[in-house]
Ligand binder design. Structure first.
Ligand SMILES: [Zn+2]
Length: 164
């Protein structure tokens, strides 16, 4: 393979984008703590809280990633997706997914990129003021226990959580 060909391939890989859901597949609400298993290769996260709740309720636990089914004993929190989720929650916008570029960052063509990156946008009124009228306001979640509800980790299972 010539150098030029390799470069072209590199460029092609660079523009590869992926859509990632911000909604928990178990609770159908915004993911609270976005994690992947240590062996996962995908960008999509799942919600640690919901996953653990599900696991504790299961008699015959199978510690596998709900997305790729790889063994999943250690969880890696995606701090970047956590930040996206925090901003979406703060701005009260109704967003279910986000487009990420190859580096895992919000794609610049995704209108979400601009509003979450702009620190001056602090609430939904600001979103509208800045002209992002395509975003609808999210109706409030009914059970909002945002008192930093603690997560009880499987004491007998030996899980660890790695924060990237
Ligand atoms: Zn996985």
């Amino acid at each position: 393979m010539s150098l030029k060909q390799r470069d072209i391939q590199k460029n092609e890989i660079k523009v590869e984008k992926s859509k990632v859901s911000l909604i928990c597949q178990f609770s159908f609400e915004l993911i609270r703590i976005p994690v992947r298993g240590e062996f996962c290769q995908h960008k999509q996260c799942f919600s640690l809280n919901s996953y653990l709740e599900l696991m504790f309720a299961m008699e015959h636990k199978k510690w596998v990633c709900p997305i790729c089914k790889k063994v999943c004993f250690n969880f890696i929190i995606d701090k970047y997706q956590q930040w996206i989720l925090d901003r979406v929650r703060q701005l009260e916008i109704n967003v279910e997914s986000v487009t990420l570029n190859q580096d895992g960052r919000v794609d610049k063509e995704d209108p979400l990129c601009q509003i979450i990156s702009e620190g001056k946008i602090r609430d939904y009124n600001d979103v509208i003021k800045w002209g992002f009228t395509q975003f609808q306001r999210k109706s409030r979640e009914i059970d909002e226990d945002d008192n930093g509800s603690s997560i009880v980790l499987g004491r007998n299972e030996g899980q660890t959580i790695i924060i990237e």
